[in-house]
Design a binder for this molecule. Structure first.
Ligand SMILES: [Zn+2]
Length: 94
């Protein structure tokens, strides 16, 4: 499978165990901070995605939520906990 992920470089990540507002199930939300975009979060159970606190539009495409889950897991695996310039970048953004 060939998977292309377009994402400007995220500088921090967090995982939160909680009840998903979308599927109402206990799950983990994988969160990533990207300069200029803020935090995005993906439920790894249902694939619902939020960008800067707003529910991301889910196009009616088969498998888009599975793609969200896979891309969040891949981003989680490849990204360090926090890049060395995260604090400076986030500080400038707020
Ligand atoms: Zn969910």
């Amino acid at each position: 499978m060939k998977l292309h992920i377009y994402a400007p470089g995220s500088t921090a990540k967090e995982a939160h165990a909680r009840t998903c507002p979308g599927c109402k199930q206990r799950t983990r939300l994988l969160k990533f901070y990207t300069p200029r975009y803020g935090w995005d979060a993906t439920c790894i159970r249902c694939g619902q995605k939020w960008i800067d606190g707003e529910s991301a539009e889910i196009p009616m495409t088969n498998g888009i939520r599975m793609d969200n889950i896979e891309s969040a897991k891949i981003r989680w695996r490849v990204m360090p906990p926090k890049s060395s310039n995260h604090s400076a970048i986030q500080g400038n953004a707020e």
